[in-house]
Design a protein around this ligand. Structure first.
Ligand SMILES: [Zn+2]
Length: 464
């Protein structure tokens, strides 16, 4: 006799409902018993409350010091056999310093707060800006203009008011690094500049603290743990700073918001593993994320270097020399995650301010406006009647520029003024030099680029 097959999804739904109902009954039953001081939970005779007067004492911890609130809050990770009460206790007693409350620091702070790390230090000198929000998910629209550490601390305590959060509204500096880092068990580098990377690494070596280091750029990310379990430090791998640290282009690579989110979440995981002594932290290995192909792989890193000036046999960097080390000079990079300062390359006689250029446009004076940003940036927003020739392609497109100059010159010559603009005013100065050496005589840099245009002339133009 063939039996009719029950609809599996209907069966599953029925079982779910029964399960929810049983859970509900059990919860109410337990709460009623607790309220009555009964012995619904195990070990009611134990505890330190004496008798049944104190409901919270109506249970016994099996040799651990977690409170009832902590057991309830962290129950889903306590249930993990590989984690358990010992690991949770170590987290609750532990402390982590997070250097940077931006794209990487956001998930680090949120997850470490949520999972119960006892004390979080959050360090960042900057304020929340609207263009941060696509990746710095710890901040909200309401916190734009506020110090990032204030916004981040509030978010962490909103998730878990039982932890302690210390806010440092300034950047890590050679003078303060050792004193602050020594107060924490683990350090997470969530900064985004080369100078701070060297400083955090050196300070962690001198203070003997493990460092969870992460980076995200464009569509890619990477992370590793330095100075842990006899593994290398940052200087072991990069004894000299990358040359691009000194290179200040206007065309920043940009970053897809979720990429630092993923890397930061991995950083939180590594900090949890180190603090709780669970798992195998990423020492001497580097995890590399290629978000576009959804590939993650780990590569083995070189070991500790005997010649390393920080962690080698005879280190030049120690608690006396570190506070006086010039990290910005050494790395040719500012110790700030903000945009690098604009460099003045061309003279004032070859420059025009945004205000003066605007007056010239309003006076209908013949000219050519050359925008040397990459095409994909130009498409986002540009000034009217501009000609886009990307800086990298300028040498091969001089005829295009010459043609535009001829078209706009009242006398048919080439001497119509040529104004060059870019995002921040660095590439445009170099373009002026290229054009002048190619024979263009009246070429001028629009000082400060489109960022200055927003500030000086048109606040409705998008601040890129
Ligand atoms: Zn080293």
């Amino acid at each position: 006799m063939a039996m009719a097959m029950a609809d599996p999804s209907a069966e599953l739904e029925k079982l779910r409902e029964e399960n929810a109902s049983l859970r509900d009954q059990l919860r109410h039953h337990t709460l009623r018993e607790l309220a009555a001081g009964g012995d619904g939970l195990r070990g009611s005779s134990g505890g330190d409350g004496g008798g049944g007067a104190c409901p919270a004492a109506a249970w016994a911890a099996g040799g651990h010091g977690l409170s009832r609130d902590q057991v309830q809050r962290y129950s889903r990770q306590l249930l993990l056999p590989s984690f358990g009460v010992g690991a949770q206790e170590r987290l609750c007693e532990g402390s982590v310093l997070i250097v940077g409350a931006g794209g990487l620091g956001s998930p680090v702070a949120l997850y470490l707060a949520a999972c119960g790390v006892g004390c979080l230090g959050i360090m960042d000198p900057d304020r929340v800006e609207v263009h941060n929000l696509h990746r710095q998910v710890i901040h909200t629209e309401a916190s734009v203009g506020e110090l990032k550490v204030a916004s981040a601390s509030r978010a962490c305590l909103a998730i878990n008011s039982s932890i302690k959060v210390v806010a440092y509204p300034f950047g890590l500096a050679a003078k303060n690094a050792l004193e602050i880092i020594r107060q924490y068990d683990v350090v997470v580098d969530a900064s985004d500049n080369v100078a701070t990377r060297y400083l955090v690494s050196d300070a962690c070596v001198v203070a003997n603290r493990p460092l969870v280091s992460g980076a995200a750029l464009g569509m890619e990310g990477q992370l590793t743990v330095y100075n842990y379990s006899n593994g290398p430090c940052y200087r072991c791998l990069f004894p000299t700073p990358p040359p691009q640290a000194a290179c200040q282009r206007c065309s920043d690579a940009g970053v897809l918001g979720v990429v630092p989110g993923i890397v930061g979440t991995f950083q939180a995981l590594e900090a949890i593993k180190i603090l709780s002594k669970v798992g195998d932290p990423l020492s001497s290995r580097m995890l590399i994320l290629d978000s576009m192909s959804s590939r993650i792989h780990t590569v083995k890193l070189r070991g500790k270097s005997a010649e390393c000036v920080a962690c080698g046999g005879s280190p030049a960097i120690n608690h006396i020399t570190l506070p006086n080390f010039d990290y910005e000079g050494f790395s040719s990079s500012p110790m700030s995650d903000a945009a690098p300062p604009r460099q003045q390359v061309v003279g004032k006689d070859q420059s025009i301010t945004c205000r003066d250029y605007h007056k010239s446009v309003e006076g209908h004076k013949a000219h050519v406006l050359l925008d040397v940003r990459d095409q994909h940036q130009y498409i986002i927003a540009s000034l009217p009647n501009s000609l886009n020739v990307p800086f990298d392609k300028l040498p091969e497109q001089l005829d295009t520029v010459r043609g535009a100059a001829k078209k706009h010159a009242p006398d048919g010559g080439e001497n119509v003024p040529l104004y060059v603009i870019c995002r921040r005013g660095n590439d445009s100065q170099q373009a002026v030099q290229v054009l002048r050496s190619a024979g263009f005589n009246s070429v001028y840099d629009i000082t400060g680029g489109l960022q200055s245009w927003v500030q000086e002339v048109d606040p409705t133009f998008p601040d890129l």
